[in-house]
Design a protein around this ligand. Structure first.
Ligand code: GDP
Ligand code: ZN
Length: 329
């Protein structure tokens, strides 16, 4: 499913494009699938938005089963249908839905990778935000590729090479690009080709320019949709997935809420979303009960002091931990 707008869904199938509505049965059945009422703190946030009446059972990227309109080969109306089933999702990014009930709205599903885009300068990168994006992607079980754009503006004091090396050491691929000089554009295009990518990053980092450098007009088309999404009231109903000329597709996710971490994974907890912390989980004095913050004899704090875990990553960990719903530190 590539696009949706006020109850109409655009489906790509076998080279055809089909406009679909959804069956009312499906809407009713799926309305409460994404109930996350166990997550405290949700209720308050949800109440602040008033414009969406219900949760949409179909998300961008969903694989769906649909039935066609009466088959009339002569008619041009043949490319209309009705979605009757949403197939199980490989992964999903969601946000709290509007309305009174603490439910989640899936924004995009079945992506192959997430690509957070930051600028070396203008705007100043917030690396903690990058850590939040990639931790949220880990939670969804989706790999991340980091893109640092405007590399032509980087000054020595920005330490871009050191930061890129640090993330590389953790295990993430880092692309250094400049839409202005063309540096890294081939690698950028190659990283997107043939895959479904959720692109994320605040406005001004150069996403439009990067996409245009890769495929003429692509960035402009994406930008038009995300502008409408940012301003419009129906914030979740106008997302769109854009096919790439060489195969694959991108979806522009604003990233503010769908990359929030609203619950800790079982087992290793939040630390397990920080790849380099994983080997230390369970090694602390308090074992799996350690939050790696105030506790004594914490293997993760010791590894940070020893320089095996980067201080800025550890600081991001603590920041995310403190801001999780239900934590009152
Ligand atoms: P978006 O909001 O993420 O889509 O960002 P845009 O592509 O609209 O770019 C924002 C501004 O940054 C524009 O003025 C671009 O010309 C500029 N820009 C984009 N990429 C680069 C780059 O690699 N280097 C420099 N110096 N400027 C860039
Ligand atoms: Zn610990």
């Amino acid at each position: 499913m590539f696009r949706k707008s006020l109850g109409m869904y655009t489906i790509h199938t076998d080279g055809r494009i089909v406009q679909c509505s959804i069956s009312s049965k499906l809407r009713k059945n799926l309305e409460y699938w994404w109930d996350v009422s166990q997550s405290p703190g949700m209720h308050k946030r949800v109440k602040q938005v008033h414009d969406i009446r219900e949760v949409d059972p179909v998300a961008i990227g969903d694989h769906v089963r649909f039935v066609g309109a009466p088959d009339d080969a002569q008619s041009h109306c043949a490319d209309e249908g009705m979605i009757v089933e949403v197939l199980p999702r490989r992964n999903a990014f969601s946000r709290p839905a509007a309305g009174r009930k603490p439910i989640e709205q899936v924004i995009v599903a079945n992506v192959d990778q997430v690509m957070p885009v930051f600028a070396a300068r203008e705007p100043t990168p917030k690396w903690r935000q990058l850590d939040r994006y990639i931790a949220a992607a880990e939670l969804a079980g989706v790999p991340s590729i980091i893109c640092i754009n405007k590399i032509d503006l980087a000054q020595a004091e920005d330490s871009i090479d050191e930061i890129a090396a640090m993330y590389g050491h953790v295990g993430y691929r880092v692309l250094l690009t400049s839409a202005t000089t063309g540096e890294g554009i081939d690698a950028f295009a190659e990283a997107l080709r043939g895959r479904v990518t959720a692109l994320t990053g605040r406005s001004g980092v150069g996403k439009t320019s990067l996409l245009n450098a890769m495929q003429p007009e692509l960035g402009l088309r994406v930008g038009q949709v995300s502008q409408a999404t940012g301003k419009g009231r129906h914030t979740t109903s106008q997302l769109e997935m854009f096919p790439l000329a060489g195969g694959g597709a991108i979806v522009d996710t604003p990233g503010m809420r769908e990359f929030e971490i609203r619950h800790e994974p079982a087992g290793g907890g939040l630390a397990s979303l920080f790849v380099e912390m994983r080997p230390y989980i369970g090694q602390c004095r308090f074992g799996l009960g350690c939050e790696h913050w105030h506790e004594p004899d914490c293997a993760i704090k010791e590894a940070t002091e020893a320089g095996e875990i980067a201080q800025m990553r550890y600081d991001s960990y603590v920041h995310i931990l403190r801001h999780m719903p239900g934590k009152r530190h």
